[in-house]
Design a binder for this molecule. Structure first.
Ligand SMILES: Nc1ncnc2c1ncn2[C@@H]1O[C@H](COP(=O)(O)OP(=O)(O)OP(=O)(O)O)[C@@H](O)[C@H]1O
Ligand SMILES: [Mg+2]
Length: 257
């Protein structure tokens, strides 16, 4: 398998803080690749560099065999890289369906003028986007909530809606930042099944940043461990789990959890 996403020597500084120091990451096409590590290890920053939202001081990012190091976030999005955020980002006053429709932008073929004049093209595209969003809502099991106000959904379902919005863009690569945060055991189990289903049925490659070790070990093909902004270990989940350095890095954390 070739790498869909490859990061080399990525270094990020925030003022005096070195958030990432010469980090490498390879994400095989079609894989679920997880990034784990203690709080502040640099996981979210790494997703930021991958998606073009955080500027690296050094290093290179390639996506679909192209060097995208200098490409802005919207260009990487248009090329098929879509991310979700650690903190839930929901338009509370919009309906669930409208929230998911905001993810359709990669498909929408109308401009500002079409939108302002409500041209036939605008209405056609809007209908197409609506149908597409409904399919994605159905996929995550929320079709019956389409017309509900998003802010009225229980937290766990809002997180599912967020995933529906992300896959409405039909990504090639989906970057998920702690999608299980705040979910109970049953919801986390279901999330694992959903992520696997997205990979299986939509052929999406997935990068998962996650603290829930059961989830990570259950669904990942590869796991990369970050500690204090550096690569600590990488490999199949069983090997990483047994790595003495990794066990050391997690001692104490696991006790708290
Ligand atoms: N915008 C920023 N400005 C200054 N420092 C930042 C910024 N973003 C992150 N940092 C710092 O960079 C380091 C890495 O942060 P990052 O959020 O990437 O960690 P993380 O692994 O995602 O942690 P967590 O598990 O808590 O989400 C931390 O020391 C953090 O305080
Ligand atoms: Mg984070």
């Amino acid at each position: 398998m070739s790498s869909l996403l490859a990061m080399r020597g990525v270094t990020v500084r925030f003022g005096g803080v070195v958030a990432l120091a010469e980090v490498d990451l390879d994400v095989a096409l079609g894989s679920i690749t997880s990034i784990i590590g203690p709080n502040g290890a640099g996981k979210t920053t790494l997703l930021g560099v991958a998606s073009g939202m955080v500027q690296a001081a050094a290093g290179a990012v390639s996506f679909l065999d192209r060097d995208v190091s200098a490409a802005p976030a919207h260009a990487r999005g248009a090329a098929g890289m879509v991310r979700t955020f650690q903190n839930l980002e929901v338009f509370s006053n919009m309906t669930v369906l409208e929230n998911v429709m905001t993810g359709c932008h990669r498909h929408v073929g109308y401009g500002v003028v079409d939108c302002l004049l409500r041209t036939g093209r605008f209405r056609r595209e809007e209908r197409r986007c609506r149908e597409h969003a409904l399919k994605r809502l159905d996929f995550v099991g929320l079709a019956d909530k389409a017309e509900s106000r998003a802010g009225d959904l229980p937290y766990g379902l809002q997180r599912r809606m967020e995933i529906a919005r992300a896959i409405a863009a039909d990504p090639t690569l989906l970057l998920l930042d702690e999608p299980a945060a705040g979910l109970n055991t049953r919801e986390t189990q279901a999330l694992g099944e959903l992520i696997t289903a997205i990979r299986e049925s939509q052929g999406v490659t997935i990068v998962l940043v996650e603290h829930d070790m059961d989830l990570v070990m259950r669904i990942s093909d590869a796991v990369m461990v970050l500690k204090e902004g550096r690569n600590l270990a990488v490999g199949p989940p069983e090997a990483v789990q047994k790595d003495p350095e990794v066990i050391k890095a997690y001692l104490g954390e696991d006790d708290e959890d």
